[in-house]
Design a protein around this ligand. Sequence first.
Ligand code: TEU
Length: 555
Amino acid sequence: MTTAWWKKSTVYQIYPKSFNDTTGNGVGDIPGIIEKLDYLKKLGIDVIWLSPVYDSPQEDNGYDIRNYRMIDELFGSMEDMDRLLAEAHSRDLKIVMDLVVNHTSDEHPWFVESKSSKDNPYRDYYIWKDGKADGGPPTNWGSIFSGSAWKYDEQTDQYYLHLFAEKQPDLNWENPKMRKDVYNMMNFWLDKGIDGFRMDVINFISKDQAYPDGEMKSGEKYGNPGPYFVNGPRIHEFLQEMHGEVLSGRDVMTVGEMPGAEPEDAKVYTDPDNQELDMIFTFEHMSLDEEGGDKWNIKPLDLRDLKENFEKWQTSLHGTGWNSLYWNNHDQPRIVSRFGDDGAYREKSAKMLATCLHMMQGTPYIYQGEEIGMTNVHFEDLNDYQDIETLNMYKEKSELGWSHERIMEAIYTKGRDNARTPMQWDGSKNSGFTGGTPWLPVNDNYKSINAESALQNKDSIFYYYQKLISLRKGWDIITSGSFKLLMRESLNVFAYQRENSEGILVVLCNFSNEEQRLEEEITTNIKNASPLISNENNFKYRELQPFEGSVYYIH
Ligand code: TEU
């Protein structure tokens, strides 16, 4: 059986607002992406995941869509989009678009109609409920963006559900007419020649129709709604229907963003026999440095938790489903600041982190700027932060009594704007991102961290990523080998091996700034081998140097 193209591919995520501005309005645009296609081709990636460019009031930077079939003028025109597709395909690059169908913008015509009256034909495109008899919203659910998940509408004396911002009303997937309109839209884009979809919180679309209250934790203002929509009751039915109406017979790639999905769920979602999705994004490894399910309640990472989580996902899906592999995206802080060292060991730790991820089984995702080791940002002034999640959180945590300093520390560590500062292209004003005023300030380390200087340095993180990407194409053991965790109890070394009929890859990553000794069995296996790739020049095979990442092939 031939290997699906996306199993040997590496995906590069573009957050268009922050990628490259050609008009001087301070916002990245589609012509700016076209300008950088040769840069991406040089890196060696195969697929571009384009975060939303559809018409949107930008409440959530485009994840609040007003017109699915129109390009937001901020980013350009449909002609620009058609040109991007043609220019990408002429370079053998594929384009995967973001599908946001758990909710729309409240300015989408469907919602404008739905909101207008209880008997409007579009009323049931969204989730409207009466308030409780004793007053207040239908359930005690909290929104993921703080506050209640219900917004009262005086005109029709009902509440509508919004798991995210108030301006992001949830679509009602129980309505077959609504589902059909979504499928028609998906076919519109696939018929234009896009190569697949990244599906935004797609495992939230099926809700428990009883709409019960969620469990209240002590001190919390809202109940936990998760059990009533995460991997909901009809999710597999809806995904299989979507596959039949849209995806079957097309050579496209799908990846579902699935907060709360576990390996057992992923096995069902990504088993080809079930005809649902090709792969999913798990959030488990991105939640190991938080307490009690609150991303802002920070705790130090225990590397053993990270190792065991990757082991769980690698072994659970081996031979059945397929993993996506990522450290970064537009919602996560920069990995070199989070699990590496964005100071003296920035370049080494960035390469080590890349080594750790890219030698695993799955499809790797590189987020813009990761390939040059871009870091978190530190705005002293809260007013410089733009993200609705952050700004809503600031208000909510202040009301809960958190100090300004504690909240700002949480923002510096986990805020989504860390990933959204403009791409750093060169050392010129605004790092070559825009000729105008950037919508979000450029990280002030752009003079030393930028693509131009990376391209001029053969030992840069960029060329290290280029090598990792080419290894995946050339070595079947990376695509198909089994996974075995080594040195399980080590607090600082993430070591694992991949094996197939031809040989063994031994992957050794030191997550610390100190030399770490390897176990005897490992040093015995590698002592006669030279590394397939290493971020360390004067490596000593018995110890790992600070933030060393090395891979040995034994056959
Ligand atoms: O994010 C899904 C999600 O659960 C987010 O709450 C994310 O986990 C959180 O922001 C991490 O801090 C998707 C998109 O990726 C995100 O950008 C959107 O804001 C969200 O859905 C609503 O569309």
